[in-house]
Design a binder for this molecule. Structure first.
Ligand code: FES
Length: 142
C-alpha cells in the first residue's frame, strides 16, 4: 500500500471542481502514455481572471487529487498567475506525493498550460511554449 498523505486521500475521496464547462474559454488535455491516464481542464475566464475551472480525470488517485488541488489553486487567479503553477507546487499543497507518483501531478501542470494556451489562441494571443515532460524518465527535458 502506497503511503499517501491525508490531503491526497481527502482530495481523492472528495475531489473539488469535477465536471465540465460548456463552451469553455480554454480547454486543455494532457495524457501520460506510460500509464494511459488522461486529464482534461476546462476554464471560464472573465476579465483575465479564472472565474471557474472544472476537470475530468481518468486516472490514478494521485492524478485525481492533483487535478482537484490544482483547480483549487488556480480558481480566482489571473491567467498569468495560473500559468506559474508548477507540478511541484501542486504536490507540495497536497503535503507531498510518493516519489514514483510525482509524474501524476505533471498532468495537472500540462493540462492547465494547454487550457491557458487554448484561451490565448482564442484571444488572438501567441501561445507560450511549454516545457516537454519526459514521461519515460519522470523528468523535464531541457
Ligand atoms: Fe498515471 Fe498517476 S499513474 S497519472
Amino acid at each position: 500500500m502506497m503511503n499517501y498523505s491525508d490531503k491526497v486521500m481527502e482530495h481523492f475521496s472528495n475531489p473539488r471542481n469535477v465536471g465540465e464547462i460548456e463552451n469553455p474559454d480554454g480547454l486543455g488535455e494532457a495524457g501520460n502514455p506510460q500509464c494511459g491516464d488522461i486529464m482534461k481542464i476546462y476554464l471560464k475566464v472573465k476579465d483575465n481572471v479564472i472565474e471557474d475551472v472544472k476537470f475530468k480525470t481518468f486516472g490514478c488517485a494521485s492524478a485525481i487529487a492533483s487535478s482537484s488541488m490544482a483547480t483549487e489553486l488556480i480558481k480566482g487567479k489571473t491567467v498569468d498567475e495560473a500559468w506559474e503553477l508548477t507540478n511541484t507546487a501542486v504536490a507540495e499543497a497536497l503535503d507531498g506525493l510518493p516519489p514514483i507518483k510525482m509524474h501524476c501531478s505533471v498532468l495537472a501542470e500540462e493540462a492547465i498550460h494547454k487550457a491557458l494556451n487554448d484561451y490565448r489562441e482564442k484571444q488572438g494571443l501567441d501561445v507560450i511554449p511549454v516545457k516537454e515532460f519526459d514521461h519515460n524518465h519522470d523528468s523535464f527535458a531541457v
